[in-house]
Design a protein around this ligand. Structure first.
Ligand code: ZN
Length: 250
């Protein structure tokens, strides 16, 4: 059995509080590799080393050498039709929030407004000592000015990217907001995440427990496939653009 974008459109059209949960798979069409998949970035770099809070604190030069590369990669990418379709669904009032594991800011750049980034975002520098936040541009300028590539806060401490690192607690306010939306959701559309990583792996169960339904659009299997009301496969950009088309002009 294979569902169609029209099935998804009908589900969304009848929803009161639909939300989107997205992961790396929604951004692969923008040219961002899924770092957990084969050939991904973590095959070349041990995530427990370069992506850890401990490395940031003890070896900031190594941390920034790695993350500088990610920043530069993200500067060259654009939102793809899947991000644009999700933003259009929110603009039409059919989607209330986008919860994402992605740190690439492509949802916001596509026009989504209520985006909850549960793993943080690469698009800023943050200070763990005085809690200052700087724009990405300013952070990079400071990295360039520093001899060792490590940007410094005005307070003198080294700046970290806004991405939540291994060993760092997830942002409690965003996790709370994600849970709140999941409790209220009558439809959750899952795009491009195999739902294996905490904390998002728990959110579909919260939706189901509250009597909501799941729509899942991923290439890979997920633990919730059997319980999805609509199950789509294939390219997210194509499927979601067809979903918006099926909803008609608005
Ligand atoms: Zn500071």
């Amino acid at each position: 059995m294979s569902d169609t974008p029209r099935d998804l459109a009908e589900l969304l059209a009848g929803a009161e509080h639909a939300i989107v949960l997205s992961g790396a798979g929604i951004s692969t069409e923008s040219g961002i590799p899924d770092f957990r998949s084969r050939g991904g970035i973590w095959e070349k770099h041990d995530p427990t080393v370069v992506g850890s809070l401990a490395t940031f604190l003890s070896r900031p030069e190594l941390f920034w050498r790695f993350h500088r590369g990610r920043v530069e990669m993200l500067e060259g990418v654009e939102p793809n039709p899947a991000h644009i379709a999700v933003a259009e669904l929110e603009r039409r009032g059919l989607v209330k929030a986008v919860i994402t594991q992605n740190i690439d800011r492509l949802h916001a750049r596509a026009g989504s407004v209520n985006v909850i980034e549960v793993h943080g975002s690469l698009d800023r520098g943050v200070c763990l000592r005085c809690e200052s936040e700087l724009t990405l541009r300013e952070t990079i300028a400071r990295a360039d000015a520093a001899g060792n590539g490590v940007p410094l806060c005005d307070c003198g401490f080294q700046l970290k990217t806004g991405v939540i690192q291994f060993g760092e607690p997830l942002p409690a306010d965003r996790i709370r907001a994600a849970h709140e939306h999941a409790r209220r959701a009558d439809v959750m559309l899952v795009v491009g995440t195999s739902l294996l990583v905490e904390p998002v792996s728990r959110l579909p169960q919260i939706v189901l427990d509250g009597g909501g339904t799941l729509a899942i659009l991923t290439e890979s299997e997920t633990p919730y496939d059997d319980r999805a009301t609509v199950r789509l496969r294939g390219r997210a950009g194509v499927q979601l653009t067809e979903t918006v088309d099926a909803l008609g002009a608005a």
